[in-house]
Design a protein around this ligand. Structure first.
Ligand SMILES: [Fe+2]
Length: 299
């Protein structure tokens, strides 16, 4: 059960704390954004077969909140083809521009280009490395709730995959974005602690501070760049899971600025086509320490 002690604990005291998903009553009450209707710009919005399949996979996530057990998805060949297309398109760019930690972690998690990885297998390895775990969800959760789950070292993850007509594009998180983008980084201890710290803050934050935390999350976990081996590399999931962002982030069109926390939290992001500005951290440890400093002023 979620206890008062947990709710008021400071980041340092519960850094390695983990709990069983089934013990979390709040899972029954997930505050989703409006996910019943796909927006018209979604390439699958007018495809009834796709929608039925997406709804079915979403129902597996709903079941998780009753049983606490992840149900793996028996992906179709068409879905596997979407994954294979994106994975092979990204492969070369990853080798060239993804952070060395990410590349190692992707391999260690068993994420391959020829098949969609299952949440259960990645979950096991995550638990063994940083104690992070995955919880399936059926769509976008509001910012405060989504970030708050990080405080329990829980990463909410979708399982369905984007529409086959546009494999390079998705207007919503999907298994490509989660597994190709987010999940490997949660095996990094400093990055995991950093994410958990954001989670603690989200549970105490005012609405304006949630805006700041949303910006921080956006420019790091989603679109972060890091210095590694004398170069700038990508560790943000929004870059790593998108061929276009991967190319764009390192191009002359994009602006790459040094990470200054006070600037980042006030830089409101937009869901634009390609990100105009990226922030570069010197290390994940720096990110963790800087964020702790900021969070302490909030508490
Ligand atoms: Fe994401």
């Amino acid at each position: 059960m979620v206890t008062d002690t947990l709710l008021t604990s400071k980041p340092d005291s519960i850094e390695t704390f983990t709990i069983e998903a089934a013990d979390l009553p709040a899972f029954e009450d997930m505050p989703f954004e409006d996910i019943e209707e796909l927006p018209l710009e979604h390439p699958g919005a007018k495809d009834p077969v796709y929608r039925e399949r997406r709804d079915y996979i979403a129902s597996l996530a709903k079941k998780f909140r009753e049983t606490g057990e992840i149900t793996d998805v028996d992906y179709t060949e068409e879905e596997q083809d979407v994954w294979r297309f994106v994975a092979s398109e990204l492969e070369e760019l990853h080798q060239e521009k993804a952070s060395p930690f990410y590349l190692k972690a992707k391999k260690n998690l068993g994420i391959r280009n020829d098949r969609i990885p299952q949440l259960t297998e990645m979950n096991k390895r995550l638990r063994d490395t940083t104690g992070f775990r995955l919880a399936p969800v059926e769509g976008l959760v509001n910012t405060r709730a989504f970030l708050s789950w990080l405080s329990w070292r829980v990463m909410l993850s979708t399982q369905y995959i984007r529409h086959h007509s546009r494999p390079g594009y998705t207007p919503e998180p999907d298994i490509v974005h989660e597994a190709m983008g987010h999940i490997p980084m949660f095996t990094n201890p400093a990055f995991s602690d950093y994410s958990q710290t954001i989670g603690h803050a989200a549970r105490l934050a005012t609405d304006d501070q949630i805006r700041q935390l949303g910006n921080l999350y956006w420019y790091t976990v989603e679109f972060g760049l890091v210095e590694a081996e004398g170069e700038i590399k990508a560790y943000g999931a929004g870059i790593l899971s998108s061929f276009r962002e991967m190319k764009h982030a390192f191009s002359d069109e994009a602006e790459r600025r040094p990470f200054v926390l006070e600037e980042v939290i006030e830089h409101d992001f937009t869901y634009s086509n390609l990100q105009p500005v990226f922030y570069v951290v010197p290390s994940y440890d720096f990110l963790k320490k800087e964020t702790r400093r900021y969070i302490e002023t909030m508490m």
